[in-house]
Write a protein that binds this ligand. Sequence first.
Ligand code: NAG
Ligand code: NAG
Ligand code: NAG
Ligand code: NAG
Length: 771
Amino acid sequence: MASIFSPLTIIFFFLLVLWGGEARDPFACDPKNAATRSLPFCKESLAIAERVKDLIGRLTMEEKVGLLVNNAAAVPRLGIKGYEWWSEALHGVSNVGPGTKFGGQFPAATSFPQVITTAASFNASLWEAIGQVASDEARAMYNGGTGGLTYWSPNVNIFRDPRWGRGQETPGEDPILAGKYAASYVRGLQGSDGNRLKVAASCKHFTAYDLDNWKGVDRFHFNAEVSKQDMEDTFNVPFRMCVKEGKVASVMCSYNQVNGVPTCADPILLNTTLRGLWGLNGYIVSDCDSVGVFYNAQHYTSTPEQAAAAAIQAGLDLDCGPFLAQHTHNTVKKGLLREAHVNGALANTLTVQMRLGMYDGEQSGHPYANLGPRDVCTPSHQDLALEAARQGIVLLKNKGPSLPLSTRRHRTLAVIGPNSNATVTMIGNYAGIACGYTSPLKGIGKYTKTIHELGCSNVACTDDKQFGRAINAAQQADATVLVMGLDQSIEAETVDRVGLLLPGHQQDLVSKVASASKGPTILVIMSGGPVDITFAKNDPRIQGIFWAGYPGQAGGAAIADILFGTSSPGGKLPMTWYPEGYVEKLAMTNMAMRSKRSKGYPGRTYRFYSGPVVYPFGYGLYYTHFVHTLVSAPKVVSVPVDGHRHNNRSNIANNAIKVTHARCAKLSISLEVDVKNVGSRDATHTLLVFSAPPAGNAHWAPHKHLVAFHKLHLPAKAQHRVRINIHVCKLLSVVDRSGTRRIPMGLHSLHIADIKHSLTLHPHTLGIINS
Ligand SMILES: *[C@@H]1O[C@H](CO)[C@@H](O)[C@H](O)[C@H]1NC(C)=O
Ligand SMILES: *[C@@H]1O[C@H](CO)[C@@H](O)[C@H](O)[C@H]1NC(C)=O
Ligand SMILES: *[C@@H]1O[C@H](CO)[C@@H](O)[C@H](O)[C@H]1NC(C)=O
Ligand SMILES: *[C@@H]1O[C@H](CO)[C@@H](O)[C@H](O)[C@H]1NC(C)=O
């Protein structure tokens, strides 16, 4: 018997013992397969470009076409298995794509807070850490044969309109925040092992995609009309940062059209911008069946072959959906597409698979090959999910202050509301199966006795039948916590909201309970999008308000820790909370970011909207007070400009210099700020720095925009000096009407917490260059 145990079999059994599971056979280049193991594409020692070229050279047209779709066909002749490209890991490994299956050795995965909540932490190292854990678990599942290596996450569309059902999946409304989130999460997922990928991330949905289904307009038929200006300074920013800073291995184009062209058929967006301008090193994938959608639903081309040609020529490499497998061969036969284009698409997908190690045969030499079931839902992973929820919770109101609650004074808590015992609601959409849940009720129950009442049977809250019992509970308890808000029945993929108020009778329940409550009443809102809770903000009987977002599997523990002050709140809102009246003033289909007074159009996000808000972007209170002192900051900065260009007036229109004409390389300013925690509690501070460009000439500029953020932990009475660097061309520039980025000369105002600092930019002409 022993003689049949080859060294490989021994390794196999070793792995089996290591994770008590079954190792998957190699995807390709199995060393046991004598027919392929010596082919050049299987040789790790050769350059990837060479291996890819070799492999493409061996494929027939039929085989090539089978590789253009998410459920890529096997090529048994060359020892290559089928591969499902579609997996998701928006905030932990998800079961949304067919590439990942839970069960058996992998019943669950760590389910982090929904992205909008994690964004509220303004902590880039947290975002990267979550990506690292998600990719550990993803690799473990891949090794066990139940997961993919290509993850179509993160979603970095701008949360443009508060009604958007998928706003919850995004890092919010600010382009720089979204871009930093994208780059950090992608780095976490993909690892930093040079060209090798731990898993391949994908930034989606490119671009100007942020409408699902609103008053009969759906994403499959929507033509987003976007100005060059909004495209350059809003919609494309997170994608550019994802590609250039995050080095993402993939971008997904969207269902919608932009200015009459489906994004997945737009060579300017895909080929020129993503690949040419930004240097994407990776593959471009369609949203699921979006090629079929622009042919069948949008009638963008008159034949399916024209649709396939348009997509591939524009730069699409992979179709999530069957369309390209069905039609590409005919497209080539009809002469609408050259085989070289198909080869180009395959080169991009195969390169990513090679960078993932999929053609390296036996996985044992691979740095991630030992990850298995024991690396999923580990205590440290679950602790990070709890920590992320604590960091993302935002304190909106604290009258008195009455928070944090105390276990001495508040021995019995009434825990009320349709989300008070939430579990799956806490993980939002694009989730998987969580390792376990701590609901708010369970979390609070670890601190005090609880009296529990739902008040309404679900978030729709269509009647007041249970109000009496809820009021009764509040009358008996020392304090009352109401956990209200939304869930996926109200805001979701394919479901946009039409209003911003709490659904049904929720508001009524909160007010009635608050007026009956014996002790302080605290309102916790669980939601992805913003909610108009003006009634609660103004109600003196409601002493405290938190926004918990969708706080993930450990959300209830985090809520309880913050309620009782064993953790302190430090999150900030990543989006504006508008009053209900706002959404009556603008159609969700109007993409314009800037306000138009003459038309009564209010504009969008804190950068362009200046009307009343319930809570502004960046809002969030603490259990302590911080005092800021500006230690050093330049008052004047000269911007070096090439001489012959400076003399040309068209380059300094509106007294703003084109970024391409400034010497940007080392042009950065730095500020030093002392932050002191003057309160009596240790706390985490989120320092946001905004810049307001000069008023006047640049009427197209935002009121102000985020240029930097910094997170720091400060024990009570401690002081810390923070240094902030601001890249002048990247961060102090604005975009003009023709989509050109310019640096306005004159007086800029930097807002560092409550400090305003003036900074004058002036051009400094370098010697005349003869061109
Ligand atoms: C794609 O971009 C390359 C250069 O970046 C260019 O040579 C090629 O013509 C472009 N193709 C299309 C279809 O625009
Ligand atoms: C809370 O939810 C859990 C899990 O869904 C359930 O087992 C439990 O009975 C609920 N508790 C109450 C008091 O409703
Ligand atoms: C000024 O710059 C514009 C655009 O950069 C260019 O088209 C124009 O020819 C220039 N004029 C002179 C006088 O150099
Ligand atoms: C940011 O998050 C990381 C990961 O949880 C944590 O270690 C770090 O302390 C956080 N930063 C601050 C200032 O809280």
